[in-house]
Design a protein around this ligand. Structure first.
Ligand code: NAP
Length: 246
């Protein structure tokens, strides 16, 4: 039996790293895509390989169409035909009100979170339709429906765009045997909060979460793994909220 081959963008750290490890445990070979942190990428790749899975690291900016072309070609050459894509790479920029956020930061959030998801989905769909099927999972956010006023409305809006893409692309690609779903995490304990200028955010958010705590990256990885697996064979166009009740 051939093993599934899955591209995970933003696989070096946080939710993406947990996803690479979970998929490896489920029998996938993985192309781990990251943009800058070589050390974390190599550390996660070594942990994936220790499970017996193949893991290729590819340094690429998912918001750049030339990089995206290269990453899919490299992955297919090294690992074989693509069966899955996890569009997980994402950034928030610094926390703050829209009026105080500079245009370059707005552009980066939209380009990485939304354009990057479009570019990777487009390229993966080309390969998957040739092969006769596959599964795409987009990592959205509960912010898409909460709006995140005072924190990052532009980020929330970029994730709402990902949700709309999930619905439309699922309908467009369903006849080709390609399923497209999303996972919408709530507050998850990763390095993204320190990067937005508030490392303590997951701990403080606990008071506003019905389950009383921030989530763990592994809890999101489990939902992603399910949506990639044959167990979810009739699910497409779904946005699965994994947010502790928020
Ligand atoms: P994280 O710990 O900050 O990790 C981000 C990952 O994305 C890293 O692997 C990073 O690579 C990669 N990345 C960033 N920009 C990229 C680009 N242009 N091209 C390729 N890779 C890029 O983030 P996380 O918390 O795991 O979040 C993962 C996803 O979940 C994001 O889409 C985020 O919006 C979403 N999410 C997170 C939370 C949360 O509370 N953590 C909640 C809802 C949704 P480097 O290591 O090279 O920098």
């Amino acid at each position: 039996m051939t093993r599934p081959v899955t591209v995970v963008t933003g696989g070096s750290r946080g939710i993406g790293a947990a996803t690479c490890l979970r998929l490896a445990a489920d029998g996938h070979d993985v192309a781990l895509v990251y943009v800058s942190d070589d050390e974390s990428a190599e550390r996660t790749a070594a942990a994936v390989r220790a499970t017996g899975a193949r893991c290729l690291t590819v340094k690429a900016d998912t918001s750049d169409d030339i990089d995206v072309d290269r990453l899919f070609t490299t992955a297919a050459d090294a690992l074989g035909p693509l069966t899955g894509l996890v569009n997980n790479a994402g950034v928030t920029g610094r926390l703050g009100r829209l009026v105080d956020t500079d245009p370059a930061a707005l552009r980066r959030v939209v380009e990485v979170n939304f354009l990057g998801t479009l570019l990777c989905s487009r390229r993966a769909a080309q390969e998957m339709s040739e092969r006769g099927g596959g599964a795409i999972v987009n990592v959205s956010s509960a912010a898409a429906t909460l709006g995140s006023p005072g924190e990052y409305v532009h980020y929330a809006a970029s994730k709402a765009a990902v949700d709309a893409l999930t619905v439309g692309l699922a309908k467009e690609l369903g006849p080709e045997g390609i399923r497209v779903n999303a996972v919408a995490p709530g507050v998850i304990d990763t390095g993204i909060h320190a990067a937005m200028g508030d490392a303590d955010r997951p701990r403080r958010a606990a008071a506003t979460i019905p389950l009383g705590r921030a989530g763990r990256a592994e809890e999101i990885a489990a939902a992603i793994a399910w949506l990639l697996s044959p167990e979810s064979s009739y699910a497409t166009g779904a946005v699965l909220r994994v947010a502790g009740g928020r």
